[in-house]
Design a protein around this ligand. Structure first.
Ligand code: UDP
Length: 472
């Protein structure tokens, strides 16, 4: 269906939170910058997370809008939450507003039926890159994980361009028990018009090729989408409003030597238990390095749920860090892009969420990798074994959202990994050079003529041709 301006009309239906919602909003903004008209479909409370950003774009004449569905999803505890309550409102909206395509997050698998029934081209957004998809795809295809006896014996993922080793304990519960969890996501992709990936060709060329050849029929690699955030407001209003004063944070970072500070964050959803936070605090203090540490809501154990907050910092820690000007603790939400791009940041201790990984790469910052759940253990391998731009902290256990915490990584491991990344050595210097080079290629990918730029144009062109040929 053509809009008055003849531009392609795209709908975006992000998941209801964090690490999937944020890049989908960026993606919608990227497509408008290439001439498409974007509408983001959201619930009223989740729309609040990006309302300011969209209003600013609108005030600059950018054709982007939010459509709020008259329904709500209560608490986001992880990607497993059921969003089917949105089915009827979505159907009603689509019946009266047919777009040229709809981009749907893979965590709304139920939405495929509604969209396919209305014959709207459906594009899947996976939230991760090609590498994790190839790793998990090949494990599923070639290995009988269920009959593997050892949880901790490393195995090599077959038929990949690099030697990638994992253990059963690092795989998601779905990959460990495939017979119990049929791959519902696979069908979502199979019948779709194609898949959009937030990555860039130069980051993972062999895996981009492999994905296109072996896994999906149509793939548009359009990232790093976070690079569309250029202004200070873009960077501070992304996801949620920051809980620290940005100017204060920048002033603190300005007082530090270049590449001397490590940024520590576990993404938008992970909640760590007090005993783990305590080990991080000891480890950071012992490393002697300056840090910005984002601490979100703290995980209480089942038996301690009703009790007072357990102590999660060593005695006098905050006072010591304040006196020595060594550390900044952010309770809540940090302006991650702004911090990562500051010259004082020399490392990122990360849970290896796909977005955090890409954002670190784009900022030219090497990583201490500490994967915990989802596909994060495979992202770690990309960072440390393939790209060689990170140091592993040594976490070994995958844990699901809302589960009791399985593994506490000790303070010594934190100290050793932070020092290895942040202290001067040939190995650390080489990592820095490598990541800066990849950052440059990421920037080029989204510039005019770049690989991602071309993929965005290619999808828009394809949708236009489809419209002209009357296939809708
Ligand atoms: N993020 C942020 N501030 C925070 C925590 C997270 O801006 O305090 C953003 C971060 O920049 C990234 C996203 O939230 O874009 C987290 O996504 P990721 O895939 O890294 O992890 P997830 O939240 O999905 O576990």
């Amino acid at each position: 269906m053509a809009t008055e301006t003849g531009s392609v009309k795209m709908f975006f239906f992000p998941f209801v939170g964090g690490g999937h919602q944020i890049p989908m909003i960026d993606t919608a903004r990227v497509f408008t910058s290439h001439g498409a008209t974007s509408t983001i479909i959201a619930t009223p409370s989740h729309a609040l997370n990006f309302q300011k950003l969209v209003t600013r774009d609108q005030n600059s004449g950018i054709p982007i809008t939010i459509h709020t569905l008259p329904a709500e999803i209560p608490n986001i505890t992880g990607p497993n939450i059921d969003t089917t309550v949105l089915l009827q409102p979505l159907r009603t909206f689509l019946l009266s507003h047919l777009p040229d395509c709809i981009v749907i997050d893979m965590f709304h698998p139920w939405a495929s039926d509604v969209v396919d029934e209305l014959q709207i081209p459906r594009i899947v957004f996976t939230g991760t890159g090609c590498f994790p998809r190839c790793v998990y795809g090949n494990i599923r295809k070639y290995i009988d994980i269920e009959s593997m006896s050892s949880d901790y014996e490393p195995f090599v993922v077959p038929n990949l361009p690099h030697k990638v080793e994992l253990t059963k304990s690092q795989l998601s519960i779905f990959a460990r028990n495939p017979s119990k969890f049929p791959d519902r996501m696979k069908n979502v992709e199979d019948k779709s018009f194609g898949t959009i990936i937030n990555s860039f060709y130069e980051l993972e060329p062999e895996y981009a090729d492999y994905t296109r050849k072996e896994i999906w029929k149509k793939v548009w690699i359009v990232g790093p989408v976070s690079l569309c955030n250029r202004s200070l407001e873009d960077k501070t209003q992304r996801g949620k409003s920051s809980t620290i004063d940005e100017q204060g944070c920048l002033k603190w970072l300005n007082s530090k030597e270049p590449s001397s500070v490590i940024y520590v964050s576990f993404g938008s959803m992970v909640r760590l238990p007090p005993k783990q936070l305590m080990e991080i605090a000891y480890g950071l203090e012992a490393s002697g390095k300056s840090f910005v540490w984002v601490v979100r809501e703290i995980l209480k154990s089942e038996k301690n749920k009703e009790e007072e907050d357990e102590r999660w910092l060593p005695e006098g820690f905050e006072e010591r860090m304040k006196e020595s000007n060594r550390g900044l603790i952010v309770r809540g939400w940090a302006p991650q892009l702004l911090i990562l791009e500051h010259g004082a940041i020399g490392g990122f201790l990360t849970h290896c969420g796909w977005n955090s990984t890409l954002e670190a790469v784009c900022a030219g910052v090497p990583m201490v990798t500490w994967p915990l759940m989802a596909e994060q253990f495979s992202n770690e391998k990309l960072v440390t074994d393939v790209l060689m731009i990170g140091v592993q902290v040594g976490s070994r256990e995958w844990s699901g959202f809302g589960e009791e915490w399985k593994e506490v990584v000790g303070r010594e491991k934190v100290e050793i990994a932070v020092k290895k990344l942040m202290e001067e050595s040939e190995e650390a210097a080489e990592m820095r050079v490598r990541v800066k080079k990849i950052a440059e290629s990421g920037k080029r990918a989204v510039e005019e003529g770049g690989t991602s730029y071309q993929d965005v144009d290619a999808l828009i062109r394809e949708l236009k041709e489809r419209k002209v040929n009357g296939q809708d």
